[in-house]
Design a protein around this ligand. Structure first.
Ligand SMILES: C[S@@+](CC[C@H](N)C(=O)[O-])C[C@H]1O[C@@H](n2cnc3c(N)ncnc32)[C@H](O)[C@@H]1O
Length: 326
């Protein structure tokens, strides 16, 4: 056995002293063994939390993936190793907080996120696609959009939705007959289609065409807000959250499409925690309501779609309100 294999064996067997001595000798902890697993994955899979901690401190990446796209956190989670899971979860949150800070610095010079809005989109009955065959919105999300509408309309009043897409959430919002329903949409073709379909003629609907970032001054304050854009990044969602105190009325409800890292169960948990933590810093408490989605998501749904943006069995619907109100 070479020293890398010895490290993996020690991580698997919970041999803390051996792992520590190999780390002290300067071994590369990012190594993948012949099965594509890292020492961190072995330690997590067998629930050796102290070794997980030592390896993370020595620079093992928390988010490395096995050939079947499983991370150390997934191994710990699946096996029910709570201590190892929490150690990895904290490492993930801390690392993403730092990466977020770096991304915010870089974003100021990059002007990214605007390409999608110049792209052609195609509409069919069950989806809207961009020119790269990536789905902008899909009909399988209808029950989720109905649940989001129910949450943000629970107090009645004025409702704001950012991102029209297929109009699923807006159709559901209309069922609650809100006093006023404002919709912000930035894509010219999506906007034209909304107008063609009569959305501009509804008495209680106000459409604001443009990127939410550019039309904030045209918005008021709302009893319910839903956010679901496309072609943006976690940083944009985070930036939107900075405006919540100015947009959401006292007692109001906020929700957003929670597709964060929808391809990996552990990364999703990391991002659910991260977003809840960031909302808490802004004065909002967030409940994540589990909704099973396995039944509405057969393989046939993804036919012709380039990227499966959701692969988990449960959707966690976020409902946020001011900590004072909740
Ligand atoms: C995922 S779809 C929304 C789906 C919608 N929730 C539904 O129920 O059908 C995202 C929408 O956000 C729009 N969008 C993307 N970036 C935006 C931005 N910065 N401001 C406003 N709308 C944006 C897209 O054009 C797209 O129509």
């Amino acid at each position: 056995m070479d020293e890398f294999e010895i490290l993996c064996e020690a991580a698997k067997n919970g041999d803390v002293d051996k792992v520590k001595s190999l780390i002290n000798s300067g071994i590369d902890v990012t190594y993948f063994d012949s099965n594509g697993l890292t020492p961190l994955m072995h330690a997590a899979k067998h629930g050796h939390a102290a070794i997980v901690k030592d390896l993370l401190e020595a620079g093992a990446p928390w988010n490395a993936l096995s050939p079947s796209n499983i991370s150390a956190g997934d191994f710990a989670m699946e096996a029910g190793h709570q201590d190892a899971f929490e150690t990895l979860l904290n490492a993930g949150i801390q690392s993403e907080l730092i990466l977020g800070t770096i991304a915010r610095k870089e974003k100021s010079n990059s002007g990214y996120g605007e390409n999608y809005l110049e792209d052609r989109v195609s509409f069919s009955e069950d989806k809207i696609m961009d020119s790269d065959s990536k789905a902008i919105m899909m009909a399988w999300e209808k029950p989720l959009m109905e649940a989001h509408a129910k949450a943000v309309c629970s107090g009645g009043g004025h409702i704001l939705n950012i991102g029209f897409g297929m109009g699923l959430v807006d159709t559901a919002i209309q069922q609650y007959n809100p006093a006023m329903h404002t919709i912000v949409e930035a894509h010219p073709e999506v906007y034209e289609r909304m107008i063609r379909n009569g959305w501009g003629e509804k008495d209680n609907v106000k459409i604001v065409f443009g990127r939410w970032q550019d039309v904030l001054s045209q918005l008021g304050t709302y009893d319910g807000i839903f956010f679901d854009t496309y072609g943006e990044y976690y940083e944009d969602l985070r930036e939107f959250h900075q405006h919540l105190p100015a947009l959401l009325k006292p007692g109001g409800i906020y929700s957003f499409f929670n597709g964060l890292c929808g391809g990996n169960a552990f990364f999703h948990v990391v991002y659910c925690n991260l977003v809840s933590l960031e909302l808490e810093h802004l004065g909002y408490s967030t409940q994540l309501i589990p909704l099973p989605v396995k039944d509405c998501l057969g393989e046939e749904v993804w036919q012709g779609v380039r990227h499966k943006y959701w692969q988990l069995d449960t959707y966690y619907l976020p409902v946020s309100q001011s900590i004072e109100d909740s």
